[in-house]
Structure formats: C-alpha cells, structure tokens
Design a protein around this ligand. Structure first.
Ligand code: NAD
Length: 352
C-alpha cells in the first residue's frame, strides 16, 4: 500500500481528495495546521467510509503542523518511516487562498504559500521523495480574450495570491530541472471548485465571510447573508454577468487520484494541466439554476466591476482529458444539489 502525504488535507479540496485516495487503497498522512479548516472533516471521511462498510481508519494518520516550520514537516516523514511506510508522494494543497486577503496581507501569503512550499521541498529532497502533485489555479493566467484557456497561454497573475501560485509553479520547474531524471511533478490549475460530497458530510466550510461565489450563494439561500453582490452587469457575455468554469469538487478529487497514479506509473516529468469542465456558467445562470434545483430564493444586486476581473474564464481541458483520461462527470445541477445538501445539514459548516 502506497503512503501519500497530503498537506492541507483537512481543507475543502483536500478532504474530498483524501476520501478518494482512501477509497482507492492509499495510506494517507495528513498534514494541516487547521488555520482554515477543522479536524471534523477528517472524522467525517471515516464516517462516510464506515457507512459504505469500509473500515479504513487505520489508513489515515493525522499530524497537526505548519509548513512554515521545517521541523513539523520532518516529523511527519520520520513518523511514516518509523511505521515502515516511507512517504512516496505528496499532494500539496496547504496554502492560503483568498485573493482579497492576499492584497491586504502579502507577507503572510508569500510566507505561507511560497516559504511553506520551499520548506516542504527541502524535506522531500532529504527523504528522497520526488513525486508531487501541486494545487495551482486558473488565477495564474493573463486573460486577454474570451477563448478557452490552455496551458500554453501567457501567465500574469494580477494579485499576490496568484503571484504566489505562479511562483511555486516556477520553483517546481527549477526543482525538476535540477534532477530531471528523478522528479515527477504535476501542477494542476483548478478553475472554480464548488459543490460537496453527496453524503453531505464534507464540504466547503470557510471561516468568516466567503469570497467565492458558490459558498456565498448557499449562505444567502440559508439567510446568513442578505444578498449576492454581482460585480458588473455589462460584461461582453450573453447576460452581461461574468462567466466562470465551475468544477465539482468530487471530479477534482478524482483528477488528483488520476494525476497521482499517472506520475507513479510513468517516467520522470513535469506536467501542467487545467482541471475545469470546459463549460462556462454566468453568475446569473448559476443563481437561477441554484434557485430552480433547490426551490429557494437567492436575492442579488448589481454593483460595479472589480479591478482585475474578466468577462469569461473557462478551461480548455483537453490535455487533462487526454493525458490523465480524466472526465468530469458532474454538472452544474449536481454542484447546486450537493452543495445545498451539505449546507442544510451543516448550516455553520464545521464551525460551531
Ligand atoms: N478553492 C478554490 O477556489 C481554489 C482554486 C484554485 C486553487 N486552489 C488551491 O487549492 C488548495 C486547496 O484549496 P481549498 O479550497 O481546499 O482551501 P482550504 O483553505 O479549504 O484548504 C487549505 C488547507 O491548508 C491548510 N493550511 C494552510 N496553510 C497551511 C500551513 N502553512 N501549514 C499547514 N496547513 C496549512 C488549511 O488549514 C486548510 O486545511 C490551495 O492551495 C488553493 O490555493 C483553490
């Protein structure tokens, strides 16, 4: 059984991926500071597995630690070795992810995301672990037109968060070039992850006011926020509101499983892949679909465009489809249903 270190495994995408990895026979070492998550997500993974008659608790090991502290990272590699289960690969989710916050606190973002990743790679090299799947983002792209974005398109992030994501991609290229016959690296550029596991036991649980559209919709539907503010009603799109590519978090989790298996079964290489559906949905469409599917009201109002926003940001996902044989299976309706189910069952998420 292969041992995988999942940094940020208690978070939104991390928890769904840990579940998928456990279901597929991996042993997981989760490293998380819980700065933006709760241990409850990991406890609930075990509940989901038990409901499906799978008792895999002994394959999940939890370590509280911060990537800014090299000793914390080393401790998890040591612990795995002591169990005779050396870590073979890392899936690296841990990071701060709010664009808005990154503009106010650039030092924290650079320190946490970039220094944290450098620390992680130092220890990976020390322990001879040279396989990594990294969470990148569509925010790295310079969006110049309305065409689908592909991996060769120019990158030029417009905020500190995006800068840290692209800097880490560039750092990983340097790492690869330093020993190209040894490293296996996949940088996965996610578009807009949304939805929740169908059980309603794990989902997105932002601390404080959410920044992304989807958790805002569920909060407004629940009456915890009064309305959605739509930034711009005059974009060059069919209904004037911004169009984005929303990808179900369970499809994303499956993308990680496929990327990991691909790396472990192929020659050393570095890959950069978009993980999106290739289909755009406007903000208004999204709200309408959510209201129809869940029979709820989501009030909204328009305000002016935000700096740095774009009309259309949608993935060309043909590379991930051809290399990984990854096919996103869930649609926007599934996102609306599953996310609402999660929110209804957990009105405060994992928070009290
Ligand atoms: N959710 C999105 O919209 C989105 C889009 C593109 C890329 N990403 C990237 O995907 C990754 C996961 O995103 P998510 O939505 O699951 O976020 P999340 O905040 O739910 O999960 C991140 C996890 O990392 C942990 N963490 C943060 N800094 C840490 C540190 N220094 N040491 C240890 N743990 C730390 C947090 O506690 C949290 O559990 C992030 O790197 C994010 O930048 C997310």
């Amino acid at each position: 059984m292969k041992s995988i270190l999942v940094t940020g495994g208690a978070g939104f995408i991390g928890s769904h991926t840990c579940l998928t990895l456990l279901e597929n026979g991996f042993e997981i070492f989760v490293f998380d500071s819980y700065i933006n998550s709760s241990k409850k997500s990991l406890k609930n993974i075990i509940k989901i597995l038990k409901k499906n008659n799978k008792d895999l608790e002994s394959n999940l090991h939890l370590f509280k630690g911060d990537l800014k502290n090299v000793r914390n990272i080393e401790a998890i590699f040591q612990a795995a070795l002591k169990k005779n289960k050396a870590i073979e690969a890392v899936i690296h989710f841990a990071g701060l992810k709010s664009v808005k916050e990154s503009i106010v606190y650039p030092c924290s973002y650079w320190d946490n995301n970039v220094t944290g990743t450098i620390n992680l790679l130092k220890i990976m090299e020390k322990y001879n672990c040279r396989n990594i799947v990294y969470s990148s983002s569509a925010t790295v792209y310079k969006v110049k037109s309305n065409k689908l974005l592909n991996e060769k398109d120019e990158c030029e992030p417009v905020n500190p968060y995006g800068q840290t994501k692209l800097t880490i991609e560039n750092f990983l290229k340097d790492i690869f070039n330093s020993a190209s016959s040894e490293w296996r690296i996949a940088c996965l550029r996610y578009f807009n992850p949304a939805g929740a596991h169908k059980s309603g036991l794990i989902g997105e649980s932002p601390l404080g006011k959410p920044n992304n559209l989807y958790p805002q919709i569920t909060k407004v539907a629940l009456g915890k926020m009064s309305e959605i503010k739509i930034f711009g009603s005059n974009w060059p799109t069919p209904d004037g509101t911004g169009v984005r590519d929303y990808i179900h978090v369970s499809d994303l989790a499956e993308g990680h499983l496929l990327a990991l298996n691909y790396l472990l079964n192929n020659k050393p290489q570095i890959l950069t892949l978009n993980l999106g559906t290739g289909k755009g949905t406007s903000v208004l469409e999204f709200i309408r679909i959510f209201e129809r599917i869940n029979n709820v009201k989501v009030p909204f109002s328009f305000s002016k465009r935000r700096d740095g926003d774009n009309a259309i940001v949608v993935a060309n996902n043909s590379l991930a489809k051809s290399i990984l044989k990854w096919i996103p299976k869930r649609n926007i309706e599934d996102i609306c249903k599953s996310g609402w189910n999660w929110q209804l069952k957990n009105p405060n998420g994992f928070n009290k």
